[in-house]
Design a protein around this ligand. Structure first.
Ligand SMILES: Nc1nc2c(ncn2[C@@H]2O[C@H](COP(=O)(O)OP(=O)(O)O)[C@@H](O)[C@H]2O)c(=O)[nH]1
Ligand SMILES: [Mg+2]
Length: 215
């Protein structure tokens, strides 16, 4: 698995991209990730900090996504250093909320601001960020209108879609493919890739903290 930042090699027709999936607890971050990887919805997903690698063909180019799925919610005051590492590592962001959970939507709005102030995109109108309203199948419990999320995305230059990890594989696939398209178009004024050593350190920090937490 490559863990360097994205590379585009015209002659080998390959592209690698790092994607971080963020959002508060239980919005379906793992369900979306596992849907993409296995096409399945398995219902319960433990709390494992993982980076998954997934390859597919787009326009005759082999694209490999390294997807970082975290169990923790993005509490910025606690997670600052790890959060910054994740943001620097990532080429693209999947920011998930549940359409039944307004607090999770508010958190996505804060995440967009924080990511944009951490990374300096040349074209902020097309930031490689997709705002994802998950659990569309639970529309009878909806508390966040799709119009609100569409407006947030429009005002912040992000992409937006609603999906159901529980009911539909295709829309999840399209969401990740759309993000890959944006990653190709996105340019940073400065770029500080985290690289392999950095990522190992970040992962170690997570597990060290978890061990400490359990005492
Ligand atoms: N109804 C419904 N439940 C979902 C959906 N996605 C995830 N869930 C459920 O929501 C709970 C939390 O999902 P999980 O992926 O672990 O959330 P995470 O903490 O953000 O990783 C689990 O019980 C899932 O089965 C969805 O699209 N629809
Ligand atoms: Mg999870």
């Amino acid at each position: 698995m490559r863990l360097s930042s994205s590379t585009h090699t015209a002659d080998s027709l390959k592209m690698d991209a790092n994607i971080v999936v963020m959002g508060t607890e239980s919005v379906g971050k793992s369900a979306l990730t596992v849907r993409l990887l296995t096409r399945r919805f398995i219902g319960e997903y433990g709390d494992i900090e993982s980076i998954y690698s997934h390859s597919f063909m787009v326009d005759e180019r082999r694209t490999t996504l390294n997807i970082w799925d975290s169990p923790c919610s993005e509490d910025l005051s606690v997670e600052t250093s790890l959060f910054e590492k994740k943001v620097q590592w990532a080429d693209g962001f999947v920011l998930v909320y549940s359409i039944c959970d307004r607090a999770s939507f508010n958190s996505v709005s804060r995440l967009i601001q924080t990511i944009k102030s951490t990374k300096d995109y040349l074209n902020a109108d097309k930031a490689p960020i997709v705002v994802v309203g998950n659990k569309r199948d639970l529309h009878h419990r909806r508390t966040v209108l799709s119009e609100e999320a569409r407006l947030l995305a429009l005002n912040t230059g992000c992409h937006f879609c609603e999906v159901s990890a529980a009911e539909n594989y295709h829309s999840v696939l399209m969401m990740f493919h759309g993000l890959v398209g944006r990653i190709k178009g996105a340019k940073l004024t400065t770029k500080r890739p985290l690289g392999f050593k950095g990522i190992v350190k970040s992962m170690s920090a997570v597990f060290a903290r978890r061990r400490t937490d359990s005492f």
